[in-house]
Design a protein around this ligand. Sequence first.
Ligand code: GTP
Ligand code: MG
Length: 442
Amino acid sequence: MAATDLERFSNAEPEPRSLSLGGHVGFDSLPDQLVSKSVTQGFSFNILCVGETGIGKSTLMNTLFNTTFETEEASHHEACVHLRPQTYDLQESNVQLKLTIVDAVGFGDQINKDESYRPIVDYIDAQFENYLQEELKIRRSLFDYHDTRIHVCLYFITPTGHSLKSLDLVTMKKLDSKVNIIPIIAKADTISKSELHKFKIKIMGELVSNGVQIYQFPTDDEAVAEINAVMNAHLPFAVVGSTEEVKVGNKLVRARQYPWGVVQVENENHCDFVKLREMLIRVNMEDLREQTHSRHYELYRRCKLEEMGFQDSDGDSQPFSLQETYEAKRKEFLSELQRKEEEMRQMFVNKVKETELELKEKERELHEKFEHLKRVHQEEKRKVEEKRRELEEETNAFNRRKAAVEALQSQALHATSQQPLRKDKDKKKASGWSSIYSVTIP
Ligand code: GTP
Ligand code: MG
């Protein structure tokens, strides 16, 4: 077959033709097959809670899932924000849900909040990276892989009634391209109805003017378009959390009881808790998972692969070839390696030269020192030699004087023994000798 024929064959996309079936074939059971497969497989859903310490994150999670997750109170003295994930296996009817709740512990507690968003962004990226690494494995097992990518970020806003804090705006801005953000006004029972209405409008205005993209409930599926459109207008949801049960009329309801009355968590006139639960769990959980995969993860994957040098087409708009990209990267890597090797060799040679020079300088210094010491030593030696000569001369002089004295003494003794009778005369002589003696000996 000629090359042009081959091209035509591979590029040909025949228009699909509609045909009518003669009877029931059975592929209308495909959706049921999917449902059954998903139910067997189970689902995972990961929620990230970002909000100041004590804003009511744990209470809201307990209220949402109607259970008590083991959480301890966070310290207010964390040096930086850290992420604490906790995974739970939940079951409702025959559906298994692996729920991970990630708490941004210590958020907003630091004096310098410039980098408060960074650990959160890093955590989200790390989960994307784990998934990408699994995808790129030769033997990948995405089927039973525990997907830890964050599907939704519940951003807890403090019910000040004024405006968003700059920390909230900065954090949401940094997160909006990485995760689906649903902003919620926490502890909504602490703000009056009219204030809450104004506060909601103000928050939405600020988010829009700062270009923060929050998650919009999808309106492209007819079945849920209407309710989702209505709910989009209610954002941010003002919620109240409580696991305490209070008797209202003859019913036990979850509520917060105050001296002046009872705030019922599931009463839509009191707060938006039910709206949040409906939207988050009952209506849009699958869309949140889908958006995470097709929008946020896809963006991360694209940036990462581009960073690694992969492109969908080369400069001449030729289709992407993994083999060619691999070869090009390999060449690039080898030449980089060679360049680094040469750089290191040159560095080594320079270092050796420098050391050699240093050693030579040291040797010269030592030599000079040695010469100096030698001169000093010779001078000392000469002085000692002179001293020795002087001492020798002195000793000789002394010895000569000693010998003379001894000779005189022996003569005197000899004379005394020869003339014993001339005592007086001798005495005179002896005194005369002693006077000589006393004069001669220095
Ligand atoms: P850390 O995990 O320590 O950061 O706290 P948290 O954000 O998980 O807050 P938590 O749920 O522990 O609640 C802190 C306090 O706020 C508790 O005393 C709750 O009873 C109270 N609280 C929680 N939700 C609400 C609410 O909706 N309204 C009011 N008024 N108080 C609430
Ligand atoms: Mg908590």
